[in-house]
Design a protein around this ligand. Sequence first.
Ligand SMILES: [Zn+2]
Length: 556
Amino acid sequence: MNITEDLEQAIDIVDLVSKYASLKKSGVNYKAVCPFPGHNEKTPSFMVSPSKQIAYCFGCHKWWGPIKFVMDIENCEFKDAIEILWWYTGIEVNTNFNKEKHETKKNIYSLYKDAVNYYKNAFLKYPEVKKYVFDRWLSEKVMNDFYFGYADSWVELYNYLKSKWYDDEMIIQSNIFLDIKTRKDKFINRLIFPIQNARWDFVAFTARILWAWEPKYLNSPASDLYDKSNILYWLFNARTAITKQDFIIVTEWQMDTISLQSAGFFNTVAVSWSALTDKHLTLIKRLTHKVFLCFDWDNAWEKATKSAIEKMKNAWFEVRIIDLPDWKDPDDIIRTGENFQGYIDNATTPIWYYIKKSNFLNTGIDQKKKLLAELLDIVKSYSDNIEKDYYLKEISRLLDISQNIVYDLYNRVKFTINTNNESKKEVEKMSSEDLVIWYCILDEKNLEFFNKHILFKNWLSNDLKMILEEWLKYLNTLELSKKERFRWISLKIELENEHTNYEHSKVELQKIVNLLNREIYKKLVSTLKKEMENWNDEAFIKYTHLVNEAKKIGIK
Ligand SMILES: [Zn+2]
C-alpha cells in the first residue's frame, strides 16, 4: 500500500473535518455549515459520510477525501497535507521524520492537554478568581472557549500528572515546574492562558499574576515544543474566518486577540510579544495575503510595525495598519464599547502610516520636502509598479503636492540603500557606455562634458546617442524598469565614490571618455579592415580619416 492509501485508511474523516467545522449528526452522516471560503451559508449543506470516508458540499458541488480536504482547507500542497495528516494520525509516512521524537512530542502534547484541564477545573473552583476576570474583562463563555485556567497549588498539578502515568523526565521537560525536586508549579497563583500551535495542540502558557494592578506576565520558555517565531496565537481556530473574510488581524498578545474574538472579530490572531517572523508569514500566506497589523504605538512596537512592513514588502502581501488612539489597545476599545470596525475601515497603508508618524501637518515646507524625499525612497524599495503608482498618488493626495511634481521627483530621486560587494562587481562589469549614461544620471552637468569629448558619435549605441541628444526628454520616455536599472547603478557609483566631489572628478570622466573612444575606435578599425580586404575604396578613405582623428587625441 502507498502512503496515500495508508493515511486515508488511518484517518477518520469525521474526526478530521470536525477540527475545521462544527459537525452535527444527521442520520448515518454528519452535516455542517460549509467551512470553505467563498461559500457563505446559514443552513448546512456540507455533508460528511463516515462509511464512504468523504465529505461533500451541495453548495460547492465538490467532494473531498481526507488529503484533498486538508489541501483545500489549509490551502497547501500535497506534501504539506501529508505532513498535517501525519501529525493527526501518527502514521509514519516520511523517513525524514524522526519517529521517536514524534512519539515524545505526542506524549508531551497529551501532558499539556491534561495540564490545561487541570488548570481549567481549578479556575472553576475559585469563584473569586472567576469574579476577578469577569469584573475586568470577559464573559463566562469566553473564559471557557479560551481555556482560561488558574494555577491554585504548588504541588497538585504534579500529583495529577503522576496519576496519569507521566514520568518525571517528561514532566520536567514540559517546563511547567520549577524543578523535579520541589515539584513546584512555576505559574502558582496566576491566571493561565494556554497557547496552541497551528495543529491545535497545547504547547505553552502565558500566566498573568492576579491581585495586582500592574499586569505581570510569565511565559513558557522557548523549547522544541514552543517556538514563538512559528506560532500565532489562536490561528487554528481563526483560520476559517480568515479565509472567509480574506484578511487577518495580527495583534501583539493573547489578551488583545481574546477581546477581539469575543467581540466577533474571528479573524484575529496574536504574535505573543514577538516580532512577526518569516515563519509567521508562511502560516498566514496559506490563508490570505491581506494583513492588518494592530500593534501598540510605543517605541518597541513602532519598530515591530516597521519591521513587519519591511518583511511583507515585495512578498505579495497587502499590508494595512490599524491605527488606534494614543495609549489604547484593542482590549481597551472593546471594553469601552467603541466601534472597532471603524478602525478596521480606516486602516492605513504603510505610506500613510509613515506620514502619520511624522506629524507632518505641524511642519513647514522644508519638513514637507524632507518627508517627501523619505517617502519616495520607501516607494522606490517596492518592486511592483502598480503598488508604486498607488503610493505615489497617495503621497500626492496626503501631502497635498501635485501628482506631476511627485512623479517628476520620483523619477529623479536616487537610492539610498546600503551597498555591498556585489555592487562593486556590477560596477566593474559595466561597459564604458553604461558608465557614461550613469554618470549623466548622477549629475546632469556631466552630460555636457561627455557631449564635448566623445568622438565618433554616430557609432554609439542608440540609448547613449539619444541621451546625449535629448537627455531628459529621452529619459522620460524610457520604460520604468530600464530607468530604475540606470538609477540603481548610479547609486552604486555614488557609493563607490562616497568621498568624491563630482565637481572635481573630471579626471575620472576623462578616463571613461578615453576608454569609450578607444573602444569605438577599435570596433571601427576592425570593421573597416574587413571591408578593405575586399578592396573597398570607401572603407579605405574612412579608415585613413579615422586614424588621423584618433591620432589627434592620442589613440593608437
Ligand atoms: Zn460549500
